[in-house]
Design a protein around this ligand. Sequence first.
Ligand code: NAG
Ligand code: NAG
Ligand code: NAG
Ligand code: NAG
Ligand code: NAG
Ligand code: NAG
Length: 550
Amino acid sequence: MAAGGWVCFLTGLLSLASAVDHNHNGEADTYHVSVGHLFLLKCQLADAHSEIMWSRGDSGNESLPTGVEVRDGLLWFRPVQITHTGSYICEKRNETTSSKRRFRVLVSRKDCPDPNEDISVIKRVRDGLRCKQTEIFRLNLTRKIRWMKDCQPVQLDEESIYLNVDGFMRLPAVSERDAGKYTCLIDITVDGQNYTTARSIQLTVKNGAPEVFPELHVMSPLNDVVIVQVGKRAELQCLAYTGFSEDAEIFMYWTINGTYASDYTGLKESWTFIHDRGKVYGQSNLSISIVRHEFLNVPINCHISSPVEEKLGKAWLQEADHSVFYMNVAICLSAPITLLLLTAFFFICKVDLILAYRKLTTTFSKQQVADGKLYDAYVSVGQSAMLSLDGVACFALQILPEELEQKHGYYLYIRGRDDCPGEAVHDVITAAVHQCRRLIIILSSHGKTKETVQPWGNQSQLLYEQKVGLHDALMHNDPKVILVEVDGPVDYSQLPESLSYIKRTQGALEWKNSFVKTNNPTQLYLKRNFWKNLRCNMPALSARRLQSIT
Ligand SMILES: *[C@@H]1O[C@H](CO)[C@@H](O)[C@H](O)[C@H]1NC(C)=O
Ligand SMILES: *[C@@H]1O[C@H](CO)[C@@H](O)[C@H](O)[C@H]1NC(C)=O
Ligand SMILES: *[C@@H]1O[C@H](CO)[C@@H](O)[C@H](O)[C@H]1NC(C)=O
Ligand SMILES: *[C@@H]1O[C@H](CO)[C@@H](O)[C@H](O)[C@H]1NC(C)=O
Ligand SMILES: *[C@@H]1O[C@H](CO)[C@@H](O)[C@H](O)[C@H]1NC(C)=O
Ligand SMILES: *[C@@H]1O[C@H](CO)[C@@H](O)[C@H](O)[C@H]1NC(C)=O
């Protein structure tokens, strides 16, 4: 109820703002008043720096009638008499100019004056009426506000009708029987004398289309669990579909366990419309500078409200508890933040999962996959790099076999080690490549790969085995190609398109020769990751070969 009231109060203000005085048309503004009431007339020209003169406008006599006086620039009718009907002029003067404005006052003997304003609302839309006796409210005197409908007291005991201190009356979703003349009456004591003031509004109910407001739809959060730490920052984001245009009557806000987020210190909310492919969404952020215990495990709702409906998204904060963390991650797939966490978690652990899975399956499977191949990988490095024994050659001839062959039992065919000098005959190379399950191409930043093609003397920048292997890899996905960049970065624009294609689609592993003798934790971590990733890209070993090395 409180939430609804607030919502309606705001939406009511917004919707009424567009319905302010229709009679501002350059002609006289007309006021309907009743005999015996107090009436205060304000000159809209008035400002702090100019003097206002009031005069009677229609009879030949410009003096104000008895019972009408000027007080603080306002024209006071205390009380209204039947003879006060007529027009009144206020004039604002400064040294150079003067401007005038005319008002018409129509006095009747009715208890509830005729309406000064017509308001039409759309059926089924929640709305409200403003008392609009601004001058009376500004007096800061104690007052009692009543509303009458067709001069009968409005029953305020209905939960749906709400009256706030400025006389704003909220109406439930409007139906035809709500149409009528509404009068806001204020009982007030001025200088020890009791007065009543009154102002009427005509309410008409239109059979219009409430579907001008599209159906709101919260996209996220949807019962999301967000992992937080008490005492730390947290940020929640809400996204809701709001239709095809920005509607001034739509707004968003947050509650925590039923209390407005704006009632807590240290919480900040903001919202805005965002456009995406012709659709409009409301995006709202709740920023919690310090997560308190009371925020945990209570519903945190993101509300989006239009005059016709209110939708909400729900999120829960939970403290990071590692025993339930994985479960939560699984539960709250829809939360973007947790999705991100999950993705990161998955990528970090994917390699370990694969390696662990392989260990399990190879330990328990007696059957070796017989593809008839002799080698696990063909290692291809440029010839000149081999001869120069630089970092690339050192990696290919020493570091790589130590790890893969000696530690893990892979069989490698390393160009420059396993071929005999002068054996670079095309059919021998082709046969060797076809005996390998993987083709490891080692690239370096120094353009060595480019240089190394020179001994073959053809226009291609690829070694022959690379050509064969890449062709087979791209055509048949066998052998699989593993790119290793040594002391990168590698300039792929200098390399054949097939290599940059592989780099783009599957990436490359990065090796630094500084890994060899490092104690730096980051480097150690990267080194460990490199080997894990490489083994992950290598074929699974058979159980027999695994046992032979462990
Ligand atoms: C003008 O009206 C005032 C008040 O109604 C009255 O006192 C005054 O005598 C009138 N003057 C003339 C010239 O009629
Ligand atoms: C007098 O009023 C006119 C219109 O309100 C304004 O443009 C002008 O600047 C004013 N002059 C002085 C001296 O205040
Ligand atoms: C009425 O009260 C408000 C705040 O309480 C104050 O700002 C304002 O000046 C007061 N108005 C008058 C006419 O005393
Ligand atoms: C004004 O109204 C109050 C109650 O609303 C009442 O107690 C008081 O006697 C009235 N004063 C006069 C002068 O009628
Ligand atoms: C909400 O947060 C996101 C990400 O921090 C930001 O891009 C966006 O502008 C924020 N929106 C609002 C309305 O503050
Ligand atoms: C949440 O609201 C419920 C109902 O108002 C109340 O019983 C409960 O104590 C509140 N929880 C917290 C943590 O404030």
